[in-house]
Design a protein around this ligand. Structure first.
Ligand code: WTA
Length: 646
């Protein structure tokens, strides 16, 4: 590794990434500069280009290269573990390549061409990865949907009948039909829908699940209306398709996928990533941040519909020829030991999850963890939000038994891959800090007037230069891209996160800037208050938002989810107030505390603080809440609002 962390001029950067690029197959070489860009709105249009002029295919690099050049054809690509224990199957690199080619041929036969957008709405099954890579193979742009379909979509839609999440049946087909109707109403007809029967009878015979005992998975009661004019059956189409498919050679800057991310306010943004830079970046970060070795079994618990799943279930691991676990279910089903049972079953060595999952499991104590050995574990990762030191300690002490380094990876849908992160066993850890920038990433901390702060300081986290995997535009709206990320501080990419740098140069994410509270002129990070609340043994999870206050500007409205078996009462309320006051200071004393049996979360587990702010103010106009995993939580919280300060 020849590049200094947090540094590197353009030349060194190009040399570092040029070395990474040597591992991959290029149909033609790049011509211009390795990484060309403009990050300054005052100097013209914002752009980033990596390896312009080169052509390649990402599915070729993930599959054919591993099967043919690296002789990894018989290596397991995925251990699929279904929602029901015992429902499982194994897919090798060779099989995955065949399936991808077959489905790529299916897409072609349906008229999908290079540059077309394909929307995918499927549960966590291997066919989801197949669908993504089949798009990539023919140069089509995939857009995985989590809840609602953006109306700017798309030629075909690939979806599934349904799936079980724990013991709850989710009928994806019906949800998708509703969304499709909305698209039609808005004048965006979807031409074709390919449907994967995952739960119904045919799934047994033809799907990748042929080795698994599908009885537990099938669901005779699932009602799936069928419209022969639009609906096509995955299995029937694949049955007749050839398993050879010449890849479409794509330009480096051709689009690879669009992923919609809910802006903290307003309409979701279609974050667009392109082929070569994203490939290099996810491959290199996966390899170094998880210290990937060929015999590792890696497990990322994220949903593939989230960027974490795109980068660190599909693209990064497969680019390295890694073996991964792909899990359909929940950490609490059939019981709260499920994660550790899976770790032992597959001898998982590298494990990657989110703080919210850690806090959820922490509620049940260490016994369900210690029922399993977890001897195989070597590195533990976390992503998605600042991890509070208590959760960090529990993860480190209980799950990893003090022998596994924790990689707290800070990044965003927009960054494509990790940007601030420790390297395991090489970076001395500090619980709650994402530590230092990845190679070639140059962060800075700015104050309100846009001045760079030196040494220990706190302010806006920005980046001064691009790295190969950074997003290229907001799909269909380049202006929104420039306004959202580059307008506030010309010359910098603005993350929207607050950040503190300590005397040792460690970076600490303090939460979204829009989650910063200003109480009587003091800036407070919601994460800090939440962390103080969660330190109380009665509290499992906390979310804090600002509520307008006539004198202080903002007051603190706290939602707390209690640990199992604890009941809420005035004494506990007083203890919580005291706890926060002692940890942070009188200024942070909560004004309102609401007992919240559950919090509104996105499917990726992120707490929707925007919704909580509305609840705190009793404002019923919630805006777009289509990304919420369970919207009934919201009504419940409205009913039990706190009206008087504690
Ligand atoms: C937050 C997820 C603190 C942050 C990959 C960021 C984090 C947003 C961390 C992006 C972390 C993610 N520590 N905060 N390790 N990781 N975040 O787009 O606020 O779903 O801006 O991407 O999550 O969320 P996104």
């Amino acid at each position: 590794i020849s590049l200094k962390r947090g540094g590197g001029g353009c030349l060194k950067n190009a040399r570092f990434w040029g070395d990474v690029a040597k591992d991959f197959f290029w149909k033609t070489k790049h011509t211009g500069q390795f990484l060309d860009y403009n990050f300054d709105v005052t100097k013209g249009e914002i752009f980033v280009k990596c390896m312009e002029g080169a052509s390649t295919n990402i599915s070729y690099n993930l599959l054919d290269r591993n099967v043919h050049e690296r002789k990894l054809g018989d290596k397991v690509a995925f251990y699929w573990e279904g929602n029901e224990p015992g429902d499982e199957l194994t897919v090798t690199y060779r099989e995955l390549l065949q399936r991808v080619c077959q489905f790529a041929n299916v897409l072609k036969s349906q008229g999908v061409k290079k540059g077309d957008r394909v929307s995918i709405y499927m549960p966590m099954v291997v066919e989801l990865v197949v669908a993504m890579l089949a798009c990539a193979r023919i140069g089509a742009v995939h857009s995985i949907v989590r809840r609602s379909l953006p109306s700017s979509l798309f030629l075909p839609l690939i979806r599934s009948d349904g799936f079980y999440r724990g013991d709850k049946l989710i009928n994806l087909k019906l949800l998708a039909d509703e969304a499709l109707q909305k698209c039609r109403d808005k004048g965006f007809p979807i031409e074709k829908c390919i449907m994967l029967k995952h739960l119904s009878k045919e799934a047994e015979e033809t799907s990748l699940g042929s080795q698994s005992p599908p009885a537990k998975r099938s669901c005779p009661d699932l009602q799936v209306p069928w419209n022969p004019e639009v609906d096509l059956c995955w299995h029937a189409l694949v049955r007749g398709a050839s398993d050879e498919c010449e890849p479409e050679w794509c330009g480096s800057e051709d689009p690879l996928f669009i992923l919609y991310t809910s802006g903290s306010t307003g309409k979701p943004k279609g974050v667009l990533h392109t082929v070569s830079g994203y490939m290099l970046y996810t491959a290199a970060t996966f390899k170094l941040v998880f210290d990937y070795q060929l015999d590792d079994v890696y497990w990322c618990t994220a949903d593939i519909g989230w960027i974490t799943g795109h980068s660190y279930i599909t693209y990064g691991p497969l680019a390295n020829g890694a073996t991964s676990v792909l899990f359909e279910g929940l950490p609490t089903y059939p019981d709260v030991s499920r994660m550790w049972e899976i770790v032992d079953k597959y001898h998982v060595t590298k494990f990657y999850t989110a703080p919210t999952a850690i806090r959820l499991l922490m509620k049940y104590g260490s016994e369900p963890v210690q029922k399993y050995k977890r001897e195989s574990l070597k590195v533990l990762g976390t992503v998605g939000e600042p991890i509070n030191p208590e959760a960090w300690q529990w993860y480190y002490n209980v799950v990893g038994e003090r022998r596994c380094p924790i990689v707290d990876t800070f990044w965003q849908t927009e960054t494509g891959g990790h940007v601030l992160t420790p390297l395991p066993a090489a970076t001395p850890m500090k619980p709650g800090s994402a530590t230092f920038p990845f190679f070639g990433v140059v962060p800075a901390i700015l104050n309100e007037s846009g001045e760079e702060l030196e040494g220990p300081s706190e302010g806006y986290l920005v980046f001064k230069q691009p790295w190969p995997g950074v997003m290229r535009t907001v799909y269909g709206n380049h202006q929104r891209f420039e306004t959202t990320y580059f307008k506030k501080f010309p010359g910098y990419y603005v993350t929207g996160d607050g950040c503190r740098r300590d005397k040792d140069g460690y970076y600490w994410i303090t939460g979204r800037i829009d989650d910063m509270l200003n109480v009587s002129g003091h800036l407070l990070s919601t994460a800090e208050v939440e962390s103080a609340l969660v330190e109380h043994e009665a509290v499992a999870e906390a979310a804090v938002v600002g509520r307008p206050h006539p004198v202080k500007g903002e007051s603190l409205y706290c939602f707390v989810t209690l640990a199992d078996g604890v009941t809420y009462n005035r004494t506990l309320e007083a203890e919580l107030k005291k706890q926060v006051r002692e940890k942070i200071g009188a200024i942070a004393t909560p004004d309102y505390i609401q007992n919240a049996p559950a919090l509104p979360k996105t499917r990726s587990g992120k707490i929707m603080r925007r919704v909580l702010r509305k609840i705190a103010c009793d404002e019923r106009d919630l805006g777009d809440i289509s990304t919420l995993a369970d919207s009934s939580v919201v009504e419940q919280l409205f009913q039990n609002r706190c009206c008087t300060a504690v």
